[in-house]
Design a protein around this ligand. Structure first.
Ligand SMILES: *Cc1c(COP(=O)(O)O)cnc(C)c1O
Length: 398
């Protein structure tokens, strides 16, 4: 039996009738740009995450770009973001001529290390973009405190974390702006590209709305240069159908993660990451060596509600991660390396000042060790067991 990394049909086809009805509604009224379904979907998302304003936009990438534009990030401004994230987090900064400054991460949750962020602040630093990677919140209280102390704007990149919580607060709702993505592999996966920008600030929401339509207000009068950052009415209508089932999708992923953790932690050589090693790679290294750990399972901090966009192992030892990946692929099991290069290692950022690119050792290590397993909600118990036994076989190979 093969186990794909993701099976979008398993989630979408059971909703075929409802989706086709939504499609037909839009087809009939014909208001394809900013039609009524857009506002409906925006209100639904705003209610779900508990924010005042939600703006449907063309992608998670454009949500980041629009947030930075609305916060008036200028060429030469510095913006802190983690070195270990999807490219878009920093790409949006660079596209405005601003300078991404890469911070290192915590080896337990893979998220931005606030101590390193503090050390990299300069008079040019204007904003910080914590990413809630793999579906788990970054440690927001110290990040928000640092931002308040230094006068930085906060954009939460919640592309992988819509519905995740930090101490009961929604990821995306804590900063000046939060962004989400509906790329098909995200937890609320759409039917093409789409994203959402959220904020509790009335003035920022209004400005972002204007920038979403080329900075035009009223129509054809431009006080600002914006862009076309709109999400299609059809995409909004279809996503509204899926949003009604979103709580179930999250529960399924959480069930899968719990099952993996329970079964895999019984194998010799496997440990679960220890929250006591938060932000401290050296203490973690010592502990892993003492336990002869070959695979480290992911963990959610107690104060977080993890929504498991990815279930990401660390495979310890030179070449070991690639060996496990090859083994799983030969067994027909989908797996992926998120991410094989950190952002400070990307060729397109090689020209950045050295200060942007230093001190990301934890990130580099993670890029060598991580491997994500199939975790989508519709994964069956038999499929999960297949993954678990393939990992067990690999461990026995020595
Ligand atoms: C997917 C993703 C994005 C970009 O979202 P798109 O909708 O694909 O443009 C940004 N940041 C992170 C962390 C992501 O995972």
């Amino acid at each position: 039996m093969s186990v794909p990394l993701l099976d979008v049909n398993a989630q979408n086809l059971p909703l075929e009738t409802e989706l086709q009805a939504a499609f037909n509604r839009v087809l009939q009224h014909g208001r394809f740009i900013m039609g009524p379904e857009m506002e409906v979907f925006e209100k639904e998302v705003a209610a779900m995450v508990g924010v005042k304003h939600a703006l449907a936009v063309s992608s998670g990438t454009d949500a980041l770009l629009l947030a930075l534009m609305a916060l008036d990030i200028q060429p030469g401004d510095e913006v802190l973001c983690p070195a270990f994230t999807f490219f878009a987090t920093a790409g949006a900064v660079s596209r405005l001529g601003a300078v991404p400054v890469f911070t290192d991460i915590c080896p337990v949750c893979f998220n931005l290390d606030v101590n390193d962020a503090r050390a990299k602040i300069t008079p040019k630093t204007k904003a910080i973009i914590p990413v809630h990677l793999f579906g788990q919140s970054a440690d927001m209280d110290p990040i928000l405190a640092l931002a308040a102390e230094k006068g930085l704007k906060v954009i939460e990149d919640g592309a992988q974390a819509i519905g995740a919580l930090y101490k009961g607060r929604a990821c995306g709702a804590m900063g000046d702006f939060g962004t989400y993505s509906f790329f098909p592999s995200k937890n609320l996966g759409g039917f093409g590209d789409g994203g959402m920008l959220v904020t509790n600030d009335d003035a920022l929401a209004e400005f972002a709305k204007v920038l979403r339509v080329h900075g035009s207000k009223p129509k054809y009068y431009h006080h600002y240069v914006g862009g076309n950052f709109r999400m299609d009415t059809i995409q909004c209508a279809l996503l509204s159908v899926k949003l009604k089932h979103y709580a179930d999708y999250t529960t399924q992923r959480q069930t899968n993660a719990a099952h993996y953790t329970e079964a895999l932690s019984q194998l010799s050589g496997v440990v679960q990451a220890n929250p006591a090693h938060c932000k401290c790679l050296s203490s973690q290294d010592a502990w892993l060596a003492a336990n002869n750990a070959r695979i480290v399972l992911p963990v959610g901090y107690e104060h977080n509600t993890h929504i498991w966009n990815q279930y990401t192992l660390r495979v310890i030892g030179a070449g070991q991660r690639d060996s496990l990946r090859d083994h799983l692929q030969k067994a027909g099991i989908g797996c992926e390396i998120y991410y094989p290069l950190t952002l400070d290692q990307q060729p397109c950022f090689a020209h950045l000042p050295a200060a942007s690119l230093t001190g990301c050792e934890v990130s580099h290590r993670m890029a060598e060790e991580v491997l994500s397993l199939p975790i989508y909600g519709e994964l069956t118990e038999a499929q999960r067991n297949e993954v678990i036994s393939a990992i067990g076989e690999w461990l026995k190979l020595g």
